[in-house]
Design a protein around this ligand. Structure first.
Ligand code: KG4
Ligand code: ZN
Length: 343
């Protein structure tokens, strides 16, 4: 079985082909990041228009990469939500139309389930059950995972997602959107403990997160440390980035440890854009070593949005006999816990 996967939920057009026997046989990605950088964030209408331009050429490129033609494809998976409605509609319309023309089943895939299952594409995939930490630009969630579709939400952010906090704080530090990687680069040059940011919601029980206060704390710290010219000197910029990143990382680690203790599970799976963060990976590895557990993550290119995770997730569900009807419908808001279980 060969499944074509299409991802268009936000600012990346991803197309990939997953083959039941050979695994991932094509992976194409076009990032719109440069186009949105001038505006300081994703402009939904521009995102939709660009997905229209890029999706079909990327499908052609993926078929070519895998040395296949349309006749070899057995099913199509597309991101149906959550995400930007216009962007989702582009992928859904193209996927549905091709499925109709090619006479194959199609299925709308949940973007966060795609992120959650992305580590399964690696050589050492995590066995069930595990705790998943999903940290992207739009989501911060801790999920108890007992199998595909067997999800229990343990906690989530009550305001900004972790990636959003990186992006907003990065903007205050004068960095372009999306600022996650750039903040972590500045943080590498930072002096530890010159500034101490709060670890929000760690002093009370529970597994929810709150990151919006960190951006305010960053704004206040910046204002209090401007030099005579009204700017931040370079070292202070790095020190603030360092203090911010350490606060996010420590907070996430405290909550992950709690989630593992609460479930009694020994395996942690981390996915979503922020899981590419080096400090977070290093500190989590250390914590898991102390707990005698194991941590799994996708390769960096599959931490951020991509078509491979959608092709793979679609493959699991289409193989199981699931598909959706011919209408083009998307779900900009969609709880992962509503997904059906695969026995
Ligand atoms: O999963 P993703 O590609 O898109 C969403 O579904 O949101 O995640 C993008 C987010 C952005 O907020 C970006 O700044 C953040 O992930 N990010 C990082 C790093 N790489 C990407 N944040 C911190 N450190 C990184 N190395
Ligand atoms: Zn994502």
């Amino acid at each position: 079985m060969k499944i074509l996967g299409i991802e268009t939920s936000c600012d990346e057009t991803g197309v990939a082909i997953f083959d039941e026997e050979k695994g991932l046989i094509a992976n194409q990605l076009y990032s719109q990041i440069e186009m949105h950088a001038d505006y300081g964030g994703v402009v939904p209408e521009l995102a939709s228009r660009d997905h229209i331009r890029k999706t079909l050429p990327l499908i052609d490129a993926a078929l070519k990469e895998a040395n296949l033609t349309a006749k070899d494809i057995d099913g199509i998976a597309y991101t149906a939500g959550p995400g930007l409605v216009g962007a989702l509609l582009v992928g859904a319309t193209i996927a549905r139309s091709l499925a109709y023309a090619w006479q194959v089943p199609a299925l709308g895939v949940h973007h966060m389930e795609g992120h959650l299952l992305a580590p399964m594409l690696e050589d050492n995939p995590p066995p069930f059950p595990f705790v998943a930490l999903l940290i992207s630009g739009g989501h911060t969630q801790l999920v108890k995972v007992d199998g595909v579709g067997q999800y229990e939400l343990l906690g989530e952010s009550i305001d900004d997602a972790a990636g959003e906090a990186f992006d907003k704080t990065g903007k205050l530090l004068g960095l372009d959107y999306p600022a996650g990687v750039a903040v972590s680069k500045l943080a590498e040059q930072g002096t530890p403990n010159r500034f101490i940011f709060p670890r929000p919601m760690t002093d009370r029980p529970g597994l929810d997160f709150s990151f919006s206060g960190l951006k305010t704390f960053a704004a206040n710290t910046i204002n209090a440390n401007l030099n005579a010219e009204g700017n931040l000197d370079e070292q202070t910029r790095c020190d603030i980035a360092h203090a911010f990143q350490q606060a996010v990382v420590d907070t996430i680690i405290i909550k992950c440890k709690r989630a593992l203790q609460q479930t009694g599970y020994k395996r942690l799976v981390m996915a979503g854009g922020v899981s590419a963060n080096k400090q977070l990976r290093a500190d989590l590895a250390e914590m898991m070593k102390n707990l005698k557990g194991e941590v799994f993550y996708p390769r960096p290119q599959f931490c951020t949005d991509n078509g491979a995770m959608i092709a793979y997730t679609g493959f699991l569900r289409l193989k199981h006999g699931e598909h959706t009807d011919l209408s083009v419908s998307v779900k900009p808001r969609w709880a992962m816990t509503d997904l059906p279980e695969i026995a």
